[in-house]
Design a protein around this ligand. Sequence first.
Ligand code: SF4
Length: 217
Amino acid sequence: MNTEATQLSSSRIRWQGQIESVQCRAWVWRYKMDNRTHHHLGFNLFVKGEADGREGRFIVAVSNTQHTKLQFRIGDVFRGTAWPCIKAKHDIADYYRAGGFKALSRADAQAVPSEPPFTGPLPTIEVFERRGPRMLDTKHWRKQCFVCMWANKSAVEIEYKFGKVKRYRQEPFCYGPRSCPLYDMGPPRQVQYFDTVPSIDDGWMDELCTGQRGDED
Ligand code: SF4
């Protein structure tokens, strides 16, 4: 969660700002070594502006329907309302249940560039679901990949003690072409379980998630 926007208000807030990135919104269930399930919820708007009377950067979660209708893109300036994600463990956003959108200015629509990062308009969430993701290095996500339509940071729920204890964290992923020259998986990721050594996700599940498409897709 973006600490700049962390706050304890539990009532609806107003926000306004310029969109710096639009990424798909998803959460991941992990259990030991060979269980990684991606659940796709909608989209996250990474905004620089003002929320609940404070200036800074914050993330607003929107639905697939809202994105399909409004086609959010980098450079747009929007205002709206939303609720703080105080106990929303499956979201990385600061605010969700967004509504009351008003476009204050729209960026020009652009085609998808032929070189990465691919800053074009995002397709529907079903396309992300069908493509599947690979793990993406955290620094890449934060820097060169941040504006890419295929970048993602997911909330992750780890089944730490099955059915009894869960742990939560965030991880970045990439839904882009497997041939992308900017791609870097980053270090393998540990998946803890309470009574054994952690399992290691060293990328083999990426093959399972994306094996249905070719390198250029
Ligand atoms: S690695 Fe993935 S997220 Fe980064 S630029 Fe390439 S396709 Fe986009």
